[in-house]
Ligand binder design. Structure first.
Ligand code: KIV
Length: 278
């Protein structure tokens, strides 16, 4: 297959052509390499790295330096997918200047293709400033983990008419200011459908039903590598934890019993040479 690097414009064209968009998170080189090989369109270096890889309780402690470190590994692994750097908590909320500088770090230092930030009307001016600086922005509304304390926990959003209307307005606003795409997280499927129909830019759903223009999953959820909690919307395609645990146990057992390494895993020296050594 003749493949070329995917751009934000390609992602927008997919909506027009009625082709579903696939997106997964990745935080390191080997996973990025495999996702790219599988033909995933967008790789998000999500701040979910804080929970899935770094062991934080939530995404709030994640720093810009940590995000840059992981994004660099992903951009070294994926050649074709559009790579998005996720702006961590307090990297864009303080001022337009901070937001532009930090978004710029994703592009200059980590070689990302775009950034994502959470929020609708509340981040309007900041998102606009980043776009004006020439950096493509993916929006993210609904359940926004960085404002989890304000939302009262990991809950489905937009469940009454007023809250749903606010989501629709936020999505339209994000399109209006020039975002190239928007993530809809944990919102009722009929509301996501309405947003998807009203927007010209693509919607990428996570817990937002099948009518979004594309879907995203956290890779550790879909591989069964994170079980501190599993949201209803996270489909587990394989249980790697189980396989890895079995491998670690077998290794421990074989080393303890002296059955690993075998001859097959060892290096040899000519008997004649060996005999010369005192
Ligand atoms: O950080 C992340 O992984 C995300 C996705 C859930 C969209 O923001």
């Amino acid at each position: 297959m003749d493949r070329k690097k995917i751009t934000p414009l390609d992602i927008q064209a997919m909506k027009k052509e009625g082709r579903k968009i696939t997106m997964l998170t990745a935080y390191d080189y080997p996973i990025a390499l495999l996702e790219d090989r599988a033909g995933i369109d967008i790789i998000l270096v999500g701040d979910s790295v804080g929970m899935t890889v770094l062991g934080y309780q939530n995404t709030l402690p994640v720093t810009m330096d940590e995000m840059i470190h992981h994004t660099k590994a992903v951009t070294r692994g994926a050649k074709y997918a559009l790579i998005i750097g996720d702006m961590p908590f307090m990297s864009y909320n303080t001022s337009e200047r901070d937001a532009i500088l930090n978004a710029g770090r994703f592009m200059k230092e980590a070689r990302a293709d775009a950034i994502k930030l959470e929020g609708g009307a509340s981040v309007k001016d900041i998102a606009k400033a980043i776009i004006k600086a020439g950096i493509p922005v993916m929006g993210h509304i609904g359940l926004t983990p960085q404002t989890i304390s304000m939302l009262g926990g990991f809950k489905v959003q937009g469940k009454d008419a007023e809250a749903a209307q606010k989501l629709i307005d936020d999505a339209l606003l994000l399109e209006d200011i020039g975002s190239f795409c928007v993530v809809l997280e944990a919102i009722p499927a009929p509301i996501a459908k309405r947003i998807t129909e009203r927007l010209a830019i693509p919607t990428i759903g996570i817990g937002a039903g099948v009518d979004c223009d594309g879907q995203v999953l956290v890779v550790h959820d879909m591989l069964g590598l994170f079980d501190r909690f599993t949201p209803k919307f996270a489909k587990r395609y394989v249980n790697l934890s189980e396989l890895m645990l079995k491998a670690f146990e077998s290794y421990r057992e074989e080393v303890s019993k002296g059955t690993f390494p075998t001859d097959q895993h060892s290096f040899h020296i000519d008997e004649k040479e060996l005999s010369k050594i005192k």
